[in-house]
Design a protein around this ligand. Structure first.
Ligand code: PFF
Length: 456
């Protein structure tokens, strides 16, 4: 039985609002919040970046998320099929095809980092961080992620875990557990935050994160903040089209988009608050790059009572957060393959996972033996990370909002937003204005500005 279909072949729906939020927030909240956000913020000067980021979430993220949900629920179809259904015999379905490909590229490097979180769970269990100082933690991470066998081993385990859950179906497994695990992750993050802000010199880290220094804002900062907003909210590649297609008619899409965006941003900021004070307390550099979370968090655990247990639970939950996101990445491809080509769910999942694994292993090895292999002056990992978040997702988002703003019938988009006019359409005018003008223009300007074509 294909996912999204019940026994009679009817498409399945999320049972409750909480189920929708858990699934969508499960996709949004992941390594992007706890691993990627702090290190990109660190590389881009902290406070000013945070402000620009929040502006993008509100101005671009929420309307773009709403657009995907509208396309999905209206068409009741996968990322590619939805465009075919809503505008048959036009090239719009290519936006969905690009989304599916982007999903592959993201899953590849995402599984590298997810593999790291598995290894760190293992290290936490054997109490490997005990008595280590900042320099030793840095050395541990350095040695591990540049080696070949271990990171690839854990990466493959992670891909197998993702595939197993996607094959088994989402509702009865992951959806049920995310409802418990996501709040638990949040709670542990709060405890970490309290420990972090009571570290000596915590003020320095908080200042770095919250005091905007606008002299640090460049085209690159702005582009990276926009890319991070798309990445963190899982936008621009059809995850929320796919999930939106399982949302029932009476649910309020605007609420869903608002709540998911709020929660996702809160988790990112809390992760920053947990990490930056530790960066300064342990004499690390905020621009340490992709290893940042792995250098700082074990250090915080070392300095708190019960740290041994917190470390294990935290890394385990990070694995779960990564899993609920990678499932949504894989689900886009699997929904597409099963619905459009009538391949069974199982073989669609296995074949896609194999392709991802090959690309993913290359990404993992690009920290070690493939380090000198460059694409556009970047290692494979950095290339995948940058090109997906900063270029492919915003381009996907650009076409998605153009589609909703200019191509779909206004009566259809209004019907989705107001649940067939059962709710007041007060925000409809604002929404339409945003997706027609503000969002596409903002994305275009950021692109042109960041490549130096226009100057502000
Ligand atoms: N939003 C996820 C995170 O922040 O970890 C990553 C992600 C999932 C990006 C799904 C894009 C996507 F389509």
């Amino acid at each position: 039985m294909a996912k999204g279909k019940d026994l009679e072949g009817k498409r399945e729906n999320f049972a409750s609002k909480f189920g929708i939020i858990a699934a969508a927030a499960g996709s949004a909240v992941g390594l992007g919040n706890i691993w990627r956000f702090p290190y990109v913020a660190g590389e881009n000067g902290g406070g000013a970046y945070l402000l620009v980021y929040i502006a993008f979430v509100i101005l671009i993220g929420v309307p773009a998320m709403l657009s995907e949900l509208i396309i999905g629920r209206r068409s009741k179809s996968n990322a590619v099929g939805s465009f075919r259904k809503l505008k048959p015999k036009t090239p719009w379905y290519l936006v969905g095809v690009m989304g599916v490909l982007t999903g592959f590229l993201i899953f590849a490097f995402y599984s590298t980092v997810a593999g790291w979180t598995l290894h760190y769970t293992y290290l936490a269990i054997i109490n490997a961080f005990h008595g280590m100082n900042g320099a030793q933690l840095a050395e541990t991470f350095d040695k591990f992620h540049k080696s070949a066998l271990l990171p690839v081993f854990w990466q493959i385990i992670f891909i197998i875990m993702t595939a197993a859950i996607v094959i088994a179906g989402i509702e009865k497994g992951i959806e049920r557990y995310t409802k418990i695990l996501m709040p638990l992750l949040f709670l542990i993050l709060l405890i970490l935050v309290i420990r972090a802000i009571t570290l000596p010199d915590a003020g320095k880290g908080l200042k770095f994160l919250f005091m905007p220094d606008f002299s640090k804002v460049t085209g690159k900062t702005i582009l990276e903040a926009m890319g991070q907003a798309f990445f963190s909210l899982s936008l621009g590649m059809g995850v929320l089209i796919t999930y939106g297609s399982y949302i029932q008619k009476h649910e309020n899409l605007t609420d869903v988009a608002g709540e998911v965006a709020f929660f996702d941003t809160l988790v990112a900021i809390l992760a920053g608050v947990a990490i930056f004070p530790a960066v300064f307390a342990f004499n690390l550099k905020p621009e340490a790059g992709p290893g940042l979370a792995f250098l700082t968090l074990p250090g915080i655990f070392e300095q708190m009572p019960g740290g041994y247990f917190f470390a294990i639970i935290f890394f385990l939950l990070l694995v779960v957060a990564a899993l609920t996101s990678s499932i949504s990445l894989l689900e886009v491809t699997v929904a597409f393959l099963t619905e459009e080509f009538h391949i069974t769910r199982k073989s669609a999942t296995i074949w896609s996972s194999l392709v991802v694994a090959i690309l993913g292993i290359a990404a993992t090895l690009s920290f070690g033996i493939l380090n000198n292999f460059h694409i556009f002056h970047k290692t494979i990992f950095d290339f995948l990370d940058n090109v997906t978040a900063n270029i492919l997702l915003p381009i996907g988002g650009f076409f998605i909002v153009i589609f909703v703003g200019w191509v779909m019938n206004k009566s259809e988009t209004r019907a989705e937003l107001t649940n067939e006019n059962k709710m007041k359409g007060r925000i409809y005018g604002i929404f339409l204005f945003l997706v027609r003008y503000v969002v596409p223009l903002a994305i275009a300007i950021v692109f042109l500005y960041s490549i130096g074509l226009i100057k502000l």
